[in-house]
Design a protein around this ligand. Structure first.
Ligand code: HEM
Length: 448
């Protein structure tokens, strides 16, 4: 069975129709030809944008000259109430300094330290499930948020403040479709800003709660009683060039992005992975067989035995990349595939289209986890696979997510069988991440 894909729009539509479609969902707002094109230019009265699927252009933007293709200030405007000056939205020297402080906390060796907390979250997620029909997007949001709280602040999702932050993030996300539009479309200056009052209220509440957590942690660090988790590691790391650490405000900005970028993305990927496994019982059986090799206690080395499970997670990230599109702005005049691109254009990189590109992948829309162990897939994996972006701005949590995903899948599948419900087929749409329009419902049965 071919996994669900949104129906693309007709090739030609008016600008206003495009804006309406875009507001509803950026995936189905795009024409089918983007799955075959190397580059596509969109002209509007306000701006030009260029979607680049050509691996050489992607390499140029993300890896060879990233400083010449910064994130647009409009993305910052769109997300500012919640994220302030977090590493996700800054550019230039500010961004470089932030990465120098954050990156060490996510290095391989440090991941090993946070692994037991991830394991406990996986056990808790497995225990929360029940037999019968379950909406797995909701469950996976809960699970991924729990992973973030446990690894970052050593508290489970049941903790009062964690509950409050999680709850507010949900309220915040319900205001997202509009925010999406504001963030991705370079609207003219005179256009009214699109922050709803509800968005601003939620963002202020979330930041208030995170400030409480961060201030309390700073006090624990001073008293020498802080747990050795990601928050402590980041707060204690000094920039090797200036010797400065983050102040409270800066740390709040970073914690906000860890919650947002770290839980929504993983939740989306886990939910789609469960759907794919439910609709591919043979693949599910292979994951179950690997999961049976996990010990009862946290053991980082056991992760190396989850080879197929990791390939299932990789293939899920190919078919349903949680971050479907990324936008940059060119600072200099450029020539892309013989076309002049004036400074200030929007450069759109679309993992969604690249990962299903008909000229790059064999069986682009099919679920084939085994492709990841085939020799012939190496070029595609290198040139046409960007779930975590690439280059110096690559996702800080990529290594973290590639442990978290397979670990959670293995735990969940060891105890539960997941089956599709006839006729209940999720339709992917892009809000902040790629989600199903009406959730993903599966039937769960406890394994004996
Ligand atoms: C499956 C899970 C995940 C996926 C698919 C994912 C994907 C991405 C992508 C595509 C970007 C680049 C966005 C852009 O440049 O426009 C990004 C950036 C980022 N991600 Fe992730 N992410 C995941 C999990 C995480 C986790 C677990 C964390 C932290 C705990 C995290 C933290 C970040 C941060 C801080 C950035 C900004 C990096 C920068 O701009 O320098 N992500 N992520």
């Amino acid at each position: 069975m071919t996994p669900p894909k949104p129906t693309p729009r007709p090739d030609r539509v008016s600008l206003w129709r495009y804006l309406r479609l875009f507001r509803h969902d950026i995936l189905s707002a795009q024409p089918a030809r983007l799955y075959r094109a190397w580059m596509a230019e969109f002209r509007t009265p306000f701006f030009r944008s260029y979607m680049c699927n050509d691996p050489k252009l992607i390499d140029l933007v993300l890896k060879s000259r990233p400083d010449d293709f910064p994130k647009s200030n409009r993305i910052r405007e769109g997300l500012n109430p919640l994220l302030g000056d977090s590493v996700f939205v800054t550019n230039g020297e500010v961004w470089k300094r932030q990465r120098r402080i954050i990156d060490p906390a996510f290095e391989g060796g440090r991941l090993r330290d946070t692994f037991p907390a991830m394991w406990q979250a996986a056990e808790a997620a497995t225990a929360r499930l029940h037999a019968g029909e379950v909406e797995v997007e909701e469950e996976m949001s809960h699970a991924a948020a729990d992973v973030i709280f446990r690894t970052l602040f050593s508290i489970p999702i049941e903790h009062q403040t964690a509950q409050a932050v999680f709850h507010e993030f949900r309220a915040y996300q319900r205001t997202q479709p509009i925010l999406n539009l504001a963030a991705f479309l370079p609207l003219p200056r005179w256009f009214p800003r699109l922050h709803r009052r509800a968005t601003l209220r939620s963002a202020a509440k979330i930041r208030g709660l995170i400030t409480e957590m961060t201030t309390a942690r700073a006090a624990e660090i001073s008293a020498g009683t802080a747990p050795d988790d990601l928050a402590t590691k980041i707060m204690l790391t000094a920039d090797p060039q200036t010797g400065q650490t983050f102040n409270t405000e800066e740390m709040v900005d970073q914690v906000a992005i860890f919650f947002l970028a770290g839980h929504e993305t993983s939740a989306s990927a886990l939910a789609w992975a469960l759907y794919l496994l439910a609709t591919h019982p043979q693949a599910q059986a292979r994951v179950v067989a690997e999961a049976a090799t996990l010990p009862d206690q946290p053991d980082f080395a056991a992760m190396s035995r989850l080879k197929f499970t990791r390939d299932v997670f990789r293939e899920t990230l190919r078919l349903y990349p949680p971050v479907p599109m990324m936008v940059r702005e060119n600072a200099c005049p450029e020539t892309f595939r013989d076309r002049p691109v004036a400074p200030g254009a929007q450069i759109v990189l679309s993992p969604w289209h690249l990962h299903r590109h008909e000229r790059l992948w064999t069986n682009p829309d099919g679920f084939d986890p085994d492709r990841w162990s085939r020799e012939g897939n190496k070029t595609c994996a290198r040139d046409a696979y960007l779930p975590f972006s690439a280059g110096p701005r690559v996702c800080t949590g990529a290594g973290f997510a590639m442990v978290e995903g397979p670990l959670l899948l293995a735990h969940l599948l060891r105890h539960w069988q997941f089956d599709a419900i006839a006729g209940d087929i999720p339709v992917p749409v892009a809000h902040l991440t790629v989600r199903a329009a009406n959730g993903i419902r599966l039937r769960l049965t406890k394994r004996g």
